[in-house]
Write a protein that binds this ligand. Structure first.
Ligand SMILES: *Cc1c(COP(=O)(O)O)cnc(C)c1O
Length: 359
């Protein structure tokens, strides 16, 4: 059933590496959805949503969790419930919450977003302290929160080293700042580090997790956190139009993914390394050190190709790559619907597409 539903597109042979959001629900996931007990979640009567929220509390070491339609909404709710207009949030310059949420922090929470420099998405506690200390002047916006993105999308799925994470938490504790983790791909981080999820989530005041990226669900995300951080979140979710009714159909997919699609993220990471190594051996510009989870960056600028041209040539050869934040750099993301044995084919097609067109 799985292959029927995942490959019944016009070009069933296309290897789609554009993003890990491209996965289709598996047959087994659809069966889990079809047998889930359901109720009205606005009235907290959906047993499957309640089971998912409890499961997330156990996994993250957080006392509260709330199911929402998307990770973007989870991030925005965290800001809306914690900030007064004019207060400041610090995040690495390329953060999703900063660059890819359509200005939500300003529009919805009235936040002043200040970007900090990052190395592979990781911010330096000294930069954080320097900016936050300035906010003690009455002339400055009051710094309230720091957002950590793990894994970090724009830097290529980079994983926060545990020591760097602890250092930011220590500094934020010292300065009295809340920490929100944008953990859209936090399971990739926990699998890459080989540590239980709670080890990298329990010190956060709040965190978001996306079920429709590597976990392979059609939709859904969760905001977890302290009672204080999530106080008022259900009302805000209602205000945003994010309260749903029989959302157990989505929660069932998420519960299924937590049971069956977490450990296998290691396969995606192996496939990404395999892809990167193969491309590098073929003479293409790939930085293997960047490949810590399920992303591979490929620099096509040295081939004299524009990004959109390269993507078109690659698609014509049957392999989907996408553009990045970085000029001249393409991205491939491995996921549930790309099998390990397709990686050599993806390498061959990528090399053929770029060799035929470059120089
Ligand atoms: C995709 C993504 C989000 C948003 O997730 P949606 O569920 O698509 O809204 C947030 N943060 C990061 C880092 C992401 O990659």
């Amino acid at each position: 059933m799985r292959s029927d539903t995942t490959t019944s597109r016009a070009d069933g042979d296309f290897i789609d590496l554009r993003s890990d959001v491209k996965t289709r629900p598996t047959g087994a996931m659809l069966r889990a959805i079809s047998t889930a007990p359901l109720g009205d979640d606005q009235a907290r009567e959906d047993p499957t949503v309640i089971a998912l929220e409890e499961r997330i509390c156990q996994l993250t070491g957080q006392p509260e969790a709330i199911f929402v339609p998307s990770s973007t909404m989870a991030n925005q709710l965290a800001l809306m419930c914690r900030l007064r207009p004019g207060q400041e949030v610090l995040a690495e310059n390329g953060s999703h919450i900063f660059r890819y949420e359509a200005g939500g922090p300003a529009a919805l929470a009235g936040a002043v977003m200040t970007g900090l420099p990052g190395l592979n998405g990781v911010i330096d506690p000294r930069d954080l302290r320097q900016t936050a200390v300035l906010s003690r002047s009455e002339h400055r916006p009051l710094t309230r929160m720091v957002v950590i993105e793990n894994t970090h999308n724009v830097s290529g799925g980079r994983v926060w080293p545990t020591a760097a994470l602890e250092a930011v938490h220590d500094t934020c504790d010292d300065l009295g700042l809340a920490v929100h983790i944008d953990g859209a791909r936090i399971f990739n981080a926990s699998v890459a580090l080989g540590v239980p999820l709670a080890e990298i989530t329990r010190r956060a005041e709040s965190l978001s997790i996306c079920f429709s990226k590597g976990l392979g669900c059609p939709a859904g995300a969760v905001l977890a956190g302290s009672e204080e951080a999530l106080d008022g979140v259900r009302r805000m979710r209602q205000m945003m139009g994010g309260s749903m009714r029989q959302s157990g159909v989505l929660a069932a997919a998420a519960l299924y993914a937590l049971d069956h699609h977490v450990d296998r993220l290691a396969d995606d990471h192996r496939s990404a390394r395999h892809l990167a190594t193969g491309l590098q051996q073929a003479g293409l510009t790939v930085d293997l050190a960047q490949v810590e989870s399920n992303f591979v960056f490929l620099d096509v600028s040295s081939l004299g190709l524009r990004v959109d041209e390269a993507i078109a040539h690659l698609a014509a050869q049957g392999v989907g790559w996408s553009a990045t934040h970085h000029p001249g750099v393409l991205r491939a993301v491995t996921h549930l619907d790309v099998r390990a044995e397709q990686i050599p084919v993806a390498i061959d097609r990528t090399v053929a597409a770029l060799a035929a067109t470059g120089t």
